[in-house]
Design a protein around this ligand. Structure first.
Ligand SMILES: Cc1ncc(COP(=O)(O)O)c(C=O)c1O
Length: 457
């Protein structure tokens, strides 16, 4: 079926990348989307040659063949308004002509050099101009790699080992990140629960876990452990949870007081909530920040950025020899990915881009809430305009534990009903694109109305 095991189910549900469509369709005996013989054969081949029959991201049995602007098509020819957006990178839409041209131009002149290249240098410059905390930039290829280096940099700087992260916070797949990301049985704070087998026990003892949006408990943990703490890592907008007023400010204040580096993981929010990311949007500047997804317009490039004092650890000249941090990656700063990133940022900088993105998101978010209210289904649409979702509960949602009260079966059914009506997303999260147009909005609103009708029935 779609989610093959409990862990994958739990993680991916929280990450928002698990399509529960087929499972829910079977349970609800809904009509299935039209699946061609070709797509069926590909799904069978995937099951034969790939564990779980998938790339590991989506266990949905939907094979996508192409994407243009705000829509994608599957191999069977079904078209969907796309709110998955490749899990976020396609902020300006699929196959944007300016990205395609920039990539084509670079590909014809070579695809990777390992050596410094002009596109990467220019992307570093533009990133420093955009992101408040960025004095310098180091490129990596994945978000998991960027957060790993962020935590290592904090350790090198502080000469201490422990990192505090938040329960339910997602920082990729490295060993340190996979602590209390989606614990089935959360422990007392600050004790971590590993999210995967295969992580050395020693890693567990170097991580502290705090509740998102609870500055009192978090401050108490930092007060107690400040002498052992190397850094604090947080998604400023945790999955779908906006920070409560004062939470990020409080975190900034206490980390500054103890001179503990504060890391914002902006792999999702960077260039999305505003051109300067969530740190600009919420007005709190960290010491280090990770960027991914939108920065490379659909190519494998991410970045660790931060203040000179911390980033100097990567500089063999500026750093004392024993605190020098080696960072080598075959594809780091890849010129094709950097070309896509430069083109994407150029589009995002155009006047009115963010106003339009927020207007489309607000319209869909508000309409979804209104339709649910009219149907008298207890539900809340939570998040910010460019990234939101519905939680089927009336209780307050402000941290990981409170998200567990929501009716997940109903959410899965909603996702399945939408898929059947030509709207694609993960089992959580609606990612909005600047390419979503009036026709996409109209189609989606109709799908919302019809799916909510079916949910009631
Ligand atoms: C906040 C956050 N950090 C890190 C990552 C990991 O990025 P990647 O999938 O490129 O390793 C993700 C991925 O979705 C993410 O959402």
């Amino acid at each position: 079926m779609i989610c093959y095991n409990r862990l994958a189910r739990e993680w991916l549900r929280e990450q928002g990348e698990c399509l529960d469509a087929t499972e829910a369709q079977e349970e609800a005996k809904l009509p299935e989307r039209n699946v061609s013989d070709r797509e069926r054969a590909l799904i069978a081949k995937a099951r034969q040659f790939m564990p779980g029959g998938s790339l590991g991201n989506l266990f949905g049995g939907v094979v996508i063949s192409e994407g243009y602007r705000g829509r994608v098509k599957d191999v069977s020819g079904n078209e969907y308004v796309d709110f998955l957006l490749g899990s976020g990178p396609m902020l300006i839409g699929h196959a944007h002509p300016e990205v395609v041209d920039a990539v084509r131009e670079q590909i014809e002149r070579g695809t990777t050099f390992f050596a410094d290249n002009e596109n990467a240098i220019r992307l570093a410059e533009e990133t420093v101009e955009a992101v408040p905390c960025a004095d310098k930039v180091r490129f990596c290829s994945t978000g998991s790699e960027a957060t790993l280096y962020a935590m290592r940099t904090a350790r090198a700087f502080r000469k201490r080992d422990k990192i505090l992260k938040f329960e339910g916070g997602f920082h990729g797949m490295n060993d340190y990140a996979l602590m209390s990301m989606a614990p089935a049985h959360p422990q007392d704070f600050p004790h971590p629960t590993p999210d995967s087998p295969g992580i050395p026990k020693s890693v567990q003892s170097e991580m502290l876990i705090a509740p998102f949006n609870d500055i009192e408990t978090t401050s108490a943990i930092i007060d107690r452990y400040h002498n052992e703490l190397a850094g604090v890592i947080v998604e400023p907008f945790q999955r779908l949870l906006p920070p409560k007023p004062g939470f990020l400010e409080g975190l900034r204040q206490i980390t500054e007081m103890y001179e503990i580096p504060l890391i914002f993981d902006e792999v999702v929010t960077g260039f999305r909530f505003s051109y300067g990311g969530a740190q600009e949007y919420y007005g709190v500047t960290p010491d280090l920040c990770t960027l991914g997804k939108a920065i490379a317009g659909g190519f494998p490039l991410t970045a660790l950025v931060g203040r000179d004092e911390l980033m100097d650890h990567f500089d063999p000249v500026a750093s004392e020899s024993e605190s020098f941090l080696p960072q080598i990656g075959t594809l780091s700063g890849n010129p094709v990915a950097a070309a896509a990133g430069l083109a994407t940022l150029r589009v995002l900088r155009r006047e009115g881009t963010y106003e339009r993105l927020f207007e489309v998101g607000r319209q869909l978010k508000d309409t979804l809430q209104r339709l649910l209210d009219e149907a008298e289904i207890p539900a809340q649409v939570i998040g910010e305009a460019p990234l939101f979702d519905v939680f089927f509960t009336e209780g307050e949602i402000s941290d990981y534990r409170s998200t567990l009260q929501a009716d997940r079966a109903l959410a899965s059914r909603f996702t399945a009903l939408l898929l059947d009506r030509g709207v694609l997303r993960g089992s959580t999260k609606f990612y909005i694109s600047t390419a979503h147009d009036a026709a996409d909005i109209e189609h989606t609103v109709q799908a919302f109305a019809s799916a909510i009708d079916a949910l009631k029935g």
